[in-house]
Design a binder for this molecule. Sequence first.
Ligand SMILES: NC(=O)c1ccc[n+]([C@@H]2O[C@H](COP(=O)([O-])OP(=O)(O)OC[C@H]3O[C@@H](n4cnc5c(N)ncnc54)[C@H](OP(=O)(O)O)[C@@H]3O)[C@@H](O)[C@H]2O)c1
Length: 334
Amino acid sequence: MRRLPEPRPAGEVPSLRWGILGTGWIAHQFVSTLLANTAQRVVAVGSRTMGRSREFADQFGIDAAFGSYEDLVAADVDVVYVATGHLDHLEHARLALEAGKAVLVEKPMTPRLADTAALVELARTRGLFCMEALWTLALPRYDVVRQVLDSGLLGTIESVSAEMGEYLVDHHRAMDPAQAGGAMNDLGTYPLMFVDWVLPGLDVVAATGQRHATGSVGQFAALLTDDAARQVTVHASMVADTPTTAVIAGSDATLVLDGPFYHPGPVEVRFRDGEVLRWEEERVAHVGLFHEAVEVARCIGAGLTESPLRPLDATLSTIALMERARDLMGDPLP
Ligand SMILES: NC(=O)c1ccc[n+]([C@@H]2O[C@H](COP(=O)([O-])OP(=O)(O)OC[C@H]3O[C@@H](n4cnc5c(N)ncnc54)[C@H](OP(=O)(O)O)[C@@H]3O)[C@@H](O)[C@H]2O)c1
């Protein structure tokens, strides 16, 4: 009888002392779910201004509030979560690594391949844990997908598609060209990560993007393929909401991730003979961020410097695809 696997539990993990670098939207989501759902401790926060740092610390009951990122990385923490804008990840992750701290860096690790490679080299040279915060890959939902792929249940994977559309035209940062806004960095990174995870080694052969009045690319589509004629399509849009689904099509069965495919949610496998298997998970959106923190604690506790769920070579590979797609569509970074 066919059945879908259950996600594997993380097991016991150490309770790390986290330092939060930057006090924006994602930092709020991350800390609130960390405190609500794990035994991880948030012991320090750093902001460009003491006022915002103090406010964040008071909101979450954090002991130490610092008015500079330099002071934060010097504090007694086990790991620094870098939650600033895309273009600042390089400087702020470097600051933490140079202070001898492990890092979890928001996605994309940096928008440029050369900058990401520099961070990877720094972390590896210093023997420090470093991970891109692609939380999706740490979700229980994705452990189900991982086991389905490993089992060969789908047969030969022939095509993969992933699309993501969220109306973000009025967002203060996401569409600002000066902050590397546009569909690639906030959204495109997810579908490109997904297809590169399922079918690594494919290259972008075509990409086209349409510029929005803000000056950023509002939406883009990319086609990836390889010598084995496998096909991947990716689409990301900030000018319209789309179902945000992902599909892995194999010779025996097709796996469908209802939208948003990068959040907690169900997994469905449809066989060619008509049988449908479904694994259900509550759609709790960014509450699921805590799983990546547990993965960081698990890795650091086990003495690992990279997560097997999101190794640094996988980060480099996705950033290379992003860069290639941007080159093809004429979307230079500031
Ligand atoms: N994993 C996810 O689901 C997810 C979702 C959204 C965003 N993200 C990623 O998280 C990162 C941050 O996104 P966000 O939406 O949280 O951004 P945000 O709300 O704008 O927060 C960014 C923070 O960066 C700090 N910062 C440092 N220099 C800055 C400058 N020159 N201008 C503005 N802020 C500056 C600020 O913190 P201080 O004022 O405290 O210094 C600010 O609060 C992005 O790389 C994005 O891709 C991930």
